[in-house]
Design a protein around this ligand. Structure first.
Ligand code: IMP
Ligand code: MG
Length: 233
C-alpha cells in the first residue's frame, strides 16, 4: 500500500474537520486498549507505571510487517537484475526495531546501512532541524535504495533523508514507513510502503522513544502524563 501525504490537502481537511489524508478515504482510529497485567509484567516497574493505551498491538504490528515485507519482496524481485542487491537504509535510532523485523521477512537479496540523524532532542516535538550524526558508508550511485523509517510526523526528517540520498544518484529510492501520524505533515511525501495511520498523539515503543527510553516495547502505546512529569526514572 502506498500513500501520498499532501501537506496542503491535510491543512484544508483539518479546517473542514475531514480527517482523511487520502482524498478518497476517511480514516477512523480504533480506540486504544489498556495494557493487560501480562503485558505490564513484561516491562520494568520504572516504565510500566507510565504506559498508557496500546494503539498498535504486537500481533497487529507483526502481521502488518509481514504484509509489507511480502509486497517489498514482490516488487523488488521484478526490479532487481540478477547481479543487483537492494540497499536498505533504516533511519536511526527509531527505525531499528521495525527494520530488524521487516528485513528478516524479505525474500530478495539486500544489504543494510544506517542513516544516523537527529531531529528531536529530548522532547516530544521535532526541532525542525535535521542533523546528520554519521554519514552512510555504502556508495549508493546506481543502486536501488529503500529508506526505512518508523514514523512520519511532520515529514521533515524523511524529506531531509530523501534529499540526502537522492544527491547520491541512486537508481531508485523508495520509502517504507510503519506509521504516519495524522494531520501533521508539513511537506508532501509519497510513502511507497506504509503500515498504519496513527492518531495525533505522542507514541512510544517498537523503536520509538521518549527521552531515549521505551524503545523496545513490542507494541506502540501512549505515555501517561506521569511519564512526562517524571521523565521515567
Ligand atoms: P518528523 O521529522 O517530524 O516526521 O519526525 C519523525 C521522527 O521523529 C521519526 O524518526 C520518529 O522517530 C520521531 N517521532 C515523531 N513522532 C514521534 C512520537 O510520537 N514518538 C516518538 N518518536 C517520534
Ligand atoms: Mg526516527
Amino acid at each position: 500500500m502506498s500513500v501520498a501525504v499532501d501537506a496542503s490537502t491535510q491543512a484544508k481537511e483539518q479546517t473542514t474537520k475531514d480527517l482523511s489524508v487520502q482524498a478518497e478515504s476517511k480514516i477512523s482510529f480504533a480506540p486504544g486498549v489498556e495494557p493487560t497485567k501480562e503485558e505490564l509484567d513484561r516491562v520494568c516497574t520504572q516504565w510500566n507505571q507510565h504506559l498508557g493505551e496500546i494503539l498498535f498491538s504486537e500481533s497487529a504490528i507483526q502481521q502488518k510487517v509481514k504484509e509489507m515485507a511480502a509486497q517489498i519482496s514482490k516488487d523488488y524481485a521484478a526490479i532487481l537484475k540478477p547481479d543487483e542487491v537492494l540497499v536498505c537504509v533504516p533511519v536511526l535510532k527509531g527505525a531499528f526495531v521495525f527494520a530488524a523485523d521487516l528485513l528478516r521477512h524479505l525474500t530478495i537479496p539486500y544489504e543494510i546501512d544506517f542513516l544516523n540523524v537527529s531531529s528531536y532532542g529530548a522532547g516530544t516535538e521535532t526541532s525542525g532541524e535535521v542533523t546528520l550524526l554519521s554519514p552512510l558508508r555504502t556508495p549508493l550511485k546506481g543502486r536501488h535504495v529503500l529508506l526505512i523509517e518508523d514514523l512520519m510526523d511532520t515529514g521533515l526528517t524523511l524529506a531531509w533523508a530523501d534529499k540526502y540520498l537522492k544527491a547520491q544518484e541512486p537508481a531508485s529510492l523508495r520509502l517504507g514507513v510503519l506509521l504516519h501520524k495524522h494531520g501533521r505533515a508539513r511537506v508532501n511525501m509519497t510513502l511507497d510502503y506504509f503500515g498504519f495511520h496513527c492518531p495525533n498523539k505522542f507514541v512510544i515503543g517498537y523503536g520509538m522513544d521518549y527521552a531515549q527510553q521505551y524503545r523496545c516495547l513490542p507494541y506502540v502505546c501512549v505515555l501517561k502524563p506521569s511519564g512526562y512529569a517524571k521523565k521515567a526514572e
